[in-house]
Ligand binder design. Structure first.
Ligand SMILES: CC(=O)N[C@H]1[C@@H](OP(=O)(O)OP(=O)(O)OC[C@H]2O[C@@H](n3ccc(=O)[nH]c3=O)[C@H](O)[C@@H]2O)O[C@H](CO)[C@@H](O)[C@@H]1O
Length: 358
């Protein structure tokens, strides 16, 4: 793998691994630092092997999670953890890196500790309103913690924090691309999205509730994910379904309403496109952090919050009917969502890194 040509001597190690939620913001930052020499640190068999652009050399260490694991697993994890710190220290020293950037998660802990033992500046970006465990534990050891939600700062009292929003893909920052789905211009559009993997439980509720929405003239664009066995069970002229759809900026801009999980990545995009939403947090997310994300949108008037455990198809049906038949209310929610957006987040984050590294 050939490293990117660089005009600056600054050398940065990005430690970001796992889901789109951890990788997209780090890639957006890297794209703002074309004069830096950047290398990547990840874990074998995770999404970074597919998503990290070829121009960034990818180093790997073995690191797993601790949730719900006991005994022997904890011991093995401890060994992995210390061995990772040693490997990352060696990588940082031999590579002549000047700083480390990370988006949290398991890879962040050994990366932050290795960097700090060498006295290197470390920037951590935390996109969730309730910061993850690693962020809360190690934030005082970072030079700066950049957060996506202002609310996150209250959980990090000992850290130096700055709110920069969460960086998004470049399609959200450029002029609107045309939507490649055939939907009549005046039809209300409901977009259903369950994070990057889809949400089977939400999909079931939506399919049950959909007939009344079709009758009201709405179109549904349903992003089902890859693991829904009933993904093909509904068919209607006003219904479009895909396992995954890449042109989210155009779709959210066209949508009158989104029914969504409450991952930080999707919420950031809903803010930038000013799209009102009904948020159904993933009930098994670590420490229920999606509910905290959703609450930030609800307090701003940008979204309605529904917990999956107490939501029936009838309730969802009524709520959506009420909203799509009330354009003024949708407009107010959309404007509130837009008020939460930080479109130049990647630029702001790059400024933070440059402020430390040069
Ligand atoms: C289950 C879980 O714990 N998810 C976490 C994961 O997010 P996860 O990656 O699951 O979900 P996010 O909402 O943050 O991001 C999903 C991304 O996938 C994109 N997309 C999705 C479907 C599709 O068809 N096309 C498409 O492009 C969305 O536009 C968005 O950019 O990390 C986030 C950041 O730490 C957390 O806030 C989430 O809670």
């Amino acid at each position: 793998m050939g490293a990117k040509q660089s005009t600056s001597s600054a050398k940065l190690l990005i430690a970001a691994s796992g889901t789109g939620g951890h990788l997209f913001p780090a890639i957006a930052l890297a794209q703002q630092l074309p004069d830096y020499s950047i290398e990547w640190l990840g874990v074998p068999d995770r999404l970074e092997t597919e998503l990290v652009p070829q121009e960034y050399p990818l180093h790997q260490v073995r690191m797993g999670g601790v949730q719900g694991r006991i005994g022997f697993s904890i011991l093995r994890l401890g060994q992995q953890f210390f061995s990772s710190i040693i490997q990352i220290r060696r990588l940082l020293q031999r590579g002549g890196f000047q700083a480390v950037f990370t988006t949290g998660g398991y890879i962040a802990a050994p990366a932050i500790i290795a960097a700090r033992t060498l006295g290197l500046p470390t920037v951590l970006h935390e996109s969730n309103a309730l910061p993850g465990k690693v962020t809360r534990w190690l934030s005082p050891r970072c030079s700066i913690v950049a957060v996506g939600f202002e609310a996150a700062t209250s959980y990090l009292p000992k850290a130096k924090t700055i709110c920069v929003g969460t960086p998004v893909r470049s399609q959200f920052l450029t002029a609107a691309e045309p939507l490649d789905l055939e939907i009549p211009d005046n039809a209300p559009v409901i977009v259903v999205i369950g994070g990057s993997q889809g949400a089977v439980a939400v999909n079931q509720l939506v399919r049950q509730a959909a007939p009344a929405w079709f009758e009201a003239g709405a179109w549904i664009v349903h992003l089902t994910g890859n693991s829904d066995p009933d993904a093909n069970s509904l068919s209607h002229p006003q219904y479009i379904h895909r396992p995954f759809y890449p042109h989210m900026a155009a779709l959210f801009r066209r949508a009158n309403l989104s029914i969504s999980r409450a991952g930080a990545g999707t919420l950031t995009e809903l803010a930038i496109t000013g799209t009102p939403s009904i948020l159904i947090p993933y009930p098994y997310a670590a420490e229920d952090h999606q509910t905290y994300n959703a609450q930030a949108f609800v307090s701003a008037g940008a979204a309605r919050l529904q917990q999956q455990s107490s939501l029936s198809a009838e309730q969802l049906q009524e709520m959506v009917l009420e909203l799509i038949q009330s354009p003024a209310q949708l407009a107010t929610m959309g404007a509130a969502a837009e008020g939460l957006a930080t479109a130049d987040s990647a630029q702001k984050l790059a400024d933070v890194v440059r402020g430390l590294v040069g």
